[in-house]
Design a protein around this ligand. Structure first.
Ligand code: ATP
Ligand code: MG
Length: 463
């Protein structure tokens, strides 16, 4: 939908065209229209006002509209320009589009088409402005211990980590898969007074249950068949530093009381040894599971849960902090393109729009993989929507009421392919309440192709 208050410049040397368009657009209520009848006047207005759209005739008295178009594209590259052409002068229209015009409308005007084209152009402008705004924010790039984020939620987490600097409390990091829990655990360690001491990780789901105990607490030579030599436990390795237990939900119930005792008494005993050893490690645990629910289902010990969960850092899904997406995209694009030795200028506006509207079930990890694939696939200097290989966002599409082939039923006679195409286009248009952009997308053609077909099949008026 057009943004309220969009300001439009109309350039035409015929006063009646100016007033016609002004009336038509003003009636819509969301547009403020200014008019100019010469190139000089237009350029002056463009300097004084921030327009969201220019609609210009191609033939002004003694002046070429193409020159004006080129000037506007230079002076105000983000402002879409719609040009007006005489009915049937398709060549001129094509040339204008080649020079950067957004679209064209034919005189005499078809009001509905004018309004639709204007709405689309204004929408494009606001999209470009939004992307620009997001890009500017990139300059204020925020990164905290290699964690890229600027959203309020993530900044809240960073400031909590800052407050934990001098404390030794155990922290439970939770959040959906791929949200950066491991990075957060490292950040807690790196920002703490223990930073110079070891950061030791144990992934509870990666080690067989039978070996976990020995890994955690260590063992003496001969404690079990495979114990060929003494081994220090990981809890002891983390002396003075941080012990990170990833995927804590997978810690077997049989081991949970032993870990609890180690935390409470701050001591451990290696397997096969009868001497206890004191430990001094700060414990951070992480999981993407609902530990509280597991506690209520008796799949995780409640007492251990409370010991681990002194402070809880809950990482939001990427979908809930979309403002981090452009930063992350830029970060991954730079990192990956350096690795592939493939320099990139960036993403096309459409590609960024797609990234911003995707739901990211796999969160930052999925975004990283998507960018890696895009860099590998992209052929030009810009990453395009096709390189991203993401599904197109579908806004405003309601499920079709009819059957896909309903349009054929009314006609039992064989049809030519052309008749069939005409009938199918008509049916799709009806199904989407004549939303032509959506219809074009559903038909897999661009809007211009659809307009051409509508003209060809004389559907412009009826649909
Ligand atoms: N804010 C961020 N900035 C930069 N890189 C990030 C960020 N968040 C996540 N990543 C990257 O995304 C990937 C996944 O992050 P990480 O392994 O920390 O996720 P996780 O929450 O532990 O996921 P899982 O629950 O699946 O183990 C890693 O490559 C990590 O470096
Ligand atoms: Mg992880």
């Amino acid at each position: 939908m057009p943004k309220a208050g969009a300001k439009i410049l109309v350039i035409d040397d015929h006063p009646e065209v100016l007033s016609l368009l002004r009336d038509l657009l003003a009636e819509e209520g969301q547009y403020a229209v200014l008019g100019a009848s010469t190139q000089a006047e237009a350029l002056e207005l463009l300097q004084r006002h921030a327009f969201q759209l220019v609609i210009s005739d191609l033939r002004l008295k003694n002046e070429s509209g193409f020159d004006l178009l080129t000037r506007i594209r230079q002076d105000a590259p983000r402002v879409p320009v719609i040009i007006m052409t005489a009915y049937g002068s398709v060549d001129t229209a094509i040339e204008a589009i080649r020079l950067g015009a957004f679209d064209y409308i034919e005189k005499p005007f078809h009001s509905e088409k004018v309004l639709l084209t204007v709405a689309r152009a204004v929408e494009t402008w606001s999209l470009r402005a939004e992307v620009q705004h997001l890009r500017t924010n990139l300059a204020k790039e925020s990164s905290y211990h290699r964690i890229i984020a600027q959203s309020a939620q993530m900044r809240g987490i960073f400031s909590l980590i800052e407050r934990l600097k001098t404390s030794d409390v155990n922290v439970l990091v939770t959040g959906p898969s791929g949200t950066g829990k491991e990075l957060i655990a490292r950040a807690i360690h790196e920002s703490s007074t223990r930073a110079a001491r070891p950061f030791i990780t144990l992934n509870c789901s990666a080690i067989p249950e039978t070996l976990l105990e020995g890994e955690l607490f260590g063992y003496k030579k001969g404690a079990f068949t495979d114990a060929k030599a003494d081994k220090k436990g990981l809890l002891a390795e983390a002396e003075g530093g941080t012990f990170f237990m990833d995927e804590i939900a997978d810690l077997p119930l049989s081991l949970q009381p032993k870990l609890l005792r180690a935390i409470q008494q701050r001591e451990i005993r290696a397997l096969g040894s009868n001497i206890s050893q004191t430990i001094n490690a700060r414990l951070i645990a992480a999981t993407n599971q609902d530990l509280k629910k597991m506690v209520s289902e008796k799949r995780f010990r409640e007492d251990l849960f409370y010991r681990l969960n002194v402070v809880n850092l809950e990482l939001p899904a990427l979908q809930e902090r979309r403002e981090d997406i452009p930063l992350l995209v830029r970060h991954f694009l730079d990192k990956i393109s350096a690795r592939f030795q493939k320099p990139f200028k960036g993403l096309s506006d459409e590609a960024m729009h797609l990234l911003l509207s995707h739901s990211w079930p796999g969160n930052v990890r999925e975004l990283e993989n998507t960018m890696e694939r895009a860099v590998a696939l992209a052929e030009g200097e810009w990453v395009t929507p096709a390189d991203l290989n993401l599904p197109e966002p579908f806004s405003g599409a309601k499920p079709f009421s009819g059957n896909r082939f309903d349009f054929l039923r009314e006609n039992s006679q064989p049809m030519t392919l052309e008749e069939m195409e005409r009938a199918y286009i008509l049916w799709v248009l009806q199904e989407v309440q004549n939303n032509r952009s959506l219809a074009a997308r559903l038909l897999g053609v661009d809007r211009k192709t659809l307009y051409n077909k509508l003209a060809e099949y004389k559907l412009s008026e009826s649909a």
